[in-house]
Design a protein around this ligand. Structure first.
Ligand code: AMP
Length: 220
């Protein structure tokens, strides 16, 4: 299978934004467990019903639920092009399960890219963000407005949405969960020799270029 890239970083670091860009620039498939879980909640599946309260509180959904959802998605044929994982893995159990799943396909993690940001800036960054309800393109009140107010640049949609868990108090819980459970994965991937760190505090386009150079190198 194609490259398997992981984007690591706290909520608001730009994982989703950059994953969508990598999809465009490198033909990879973006795989976001947050998006898959929100879809399960919206569809009212049993897993979605269990995940909902945990997500609203800013905690981590159980490894069992997340891994079941990820395995289903990884079984689809488009994944062979290569994937950029955004928001997964978030625990060491998930990281080990991913290694095992990839090993079955004779693959392994190509690169884990840590988007390094200041925590203090993340609450403000998250508070201003929203997405197109039709195509999911991301926008921000301060950093990325649509070219024509109220109209999505990508698809022309005119309805936008904000995430229920992007409230300041929930964001603080999500940051705490990140530091307690996900940040240790930085050393996990460093130990495997696949870690790359990039400064992700600047403008979206600058980060896109830095990331493109790193991806071109690791995926070569
Ligand atoms: P995200 O869109 O990645 O910020 O995820 C939103 C929420 O979904 C998180 O705050 C968690 O509650 C849940 N979630 C997403 N991915 C995972 C994961 N890999 N493990 C556990 N919970 C997750």
């Amino acid at each position: 299978m194609g490259p398997v890239l992981i984007l690591l970083g706290p909520p608001g670091a730009g994982k989703g934004t950059q994953a969508r860009i990598l999809e465009e620039d490198f033909g990879l498939v973006q795989l976001s467990t947050g998006d898959l879980l929100r879809a399960a909640v919206a569809a009212g599946t049993a897993a979605g019903a269990q995940a909902r309260a945990v997500m609203e509180a800013g905690g981590l959904v159980s490894d069992a639920i997340v891994l079941a959802i990820l395995r289903d998605r990884m079984a689809q044929p488009d994944v062979a092009k290569g994937v950029v994982l955004d928001g997964f893995p978030r625990t060491e159990v998930q990281a080990a399960a991913l290694d095992a799943l990839l090993a079955e396909a004779g693959a392994r993690v190509t690169g884990a890219i840590s988007l390094e940001v200041d925590d203090a800036a993340m609450v403000a960054r998250i508070a201003g963000r929203y997405t197109c309800a039709a195509c999911g393109e991301g926008y921000h009140d301060d950093f990325k407005l649509p070219a024509v107010a109220g109209t999505c640049d990508k698809c022309g949609g005119t309805a936008f949405k904000r995430r229920a868990d992007d409230k300041a108090e929930t964001v603080r819980e999500r940051l705490a969960a990140y530091h307690a459970q996900t940040a240790p994965l930085i050393s996990y991937y460093d130990g495997k020799g696949v870690l790359e760190r990039i400064d992700a505090m600047g403008p979206i386009d600058g980060i896109r270029q830095t990331l493109a150079a790193v991806v071109a190198q690791v995926a070569a």
